[in-house]
Design a protein around this ligand. Structure first.
Ligand code: ZN
Length: 276
């Protein structure tokens, strides 16, 4: 009986967490932003980081050598349209939290598998039958280059989407209140999307970091899979500072919960507070 009530309690907790995660965040200008975590409970290991800190220093921010993470996709509703920002691994489509027939435009931050995997089905067919898929010009150029390693997925996506595979430049306004921001470093065309038309905006900064607990306070720390580690650290600091200076919310694909506020911690790093 005891066990039973405990498992009910756990179930209730999971259900309420799920409901919490799916509650939209409203951004000035009529934007409704919902975060779907495709891999709840995901952790990042200390061995993935090889920035200037020592492993011992890193462990102080990653107890047990792990930091909580996530694989988020963002759905933004505005002006009668629905935008999907990143397709994740495709779990959100598989478990029907994201319905491809309801998506008008897909915006991609960069072409790693945990961001574009969901664009294709297992047999290589498209998951999204109608919408255009937008990616930055430098990101596309990098992955479609025959010399780029591990680029089969990106090349298959470009091929499968054909004329619906579209490119933008940094600074482009992709829709009213959705602007592509240069976040290059993690990958050569890594993009953040700035959402909103009022003073209060949300900067969806994608993979500007991977272990929030380590990299908000220590933005100089890069991950081994950042294509350009120095540039990635510079972008991380630049994007966070933009949010601090403008009072914008910050979002990330690997931040548990996806969205929060950021401020300086007075020690050259930053402090993150999850939204709500
Ligand atoms: Zn990622």
């Amino acid at each position: 009986m005891r066990l039973k009530s405990k498992s009910f309690a756990v179930m209730f907790l999971l259900l309420s967490l799920n409901a919490f995660a799916a509650k939209p965040i409203v951004i000035e200008g009529g934007f409704e932003v919902t975060v779907f975590d495709e891999v709840p409970g995901r952790e990042m290991g200390v061995e993935l980081f090889d920035g200037p800190m020592t492993k011992e220093q890193r462990l102080a921010f990653m107890p047990g050598g792990k930091a909580p993470a996530a694989v988020n996709v963002f759905v933004v509703k505005a002006g009668g349209k629905t935008y999907l920002i990143d397709a994740g691994f495709g779990n959100a489509v598989k478990d029907k939290r994201v319905d491809p027939s309801k998506i008008d435009v897909v915006l991609i931050t960069h072409a790693h598998g945990d961001h574009i995997g969901g664009l294709l089905k297992e047999d290589g067919a498209v998951n999204f039958a109608k919408p255009p898929v937008f990616i930055s010009k430098p990101e596309s150029a990098y992955w479609l280059d025959p010399k780029t390693q591990n680029s089969d997925l990106a090349k298959n996506v470009a091929k499968a989407y054909g004329e619906r595979y579209k490119k933008f430049a940094f600074g482009d306004t992709l829709a009213p209140g959705i602007v592509a921001v240069d976040a290059a470093g993690h990958t050569p065309g890594h993009t953040a999307f700035l959402i909103g038309t009022g003073k209060q905006k949300l900067l969806i900064a994608a993979d500007f970091l991977h272990a929030a607990a380590l990299q908000f306070p220590n933005p100089e720390e890069s991950a081994s899979f950042d294509v350009d580690k120095k540039k990635s650290a510079e972008a991380r600091k630049k994007l966070m500072q933009m949010c601090v200076d403008n009072g914008w919310l910050i979002g990330g694909m690997h931040i548990p919960g996806g969205v929060g506020t950021v401020k300086g911690n007075g020690k050259g790093g930053f402090e993150f507070k999850p939204w709500q």
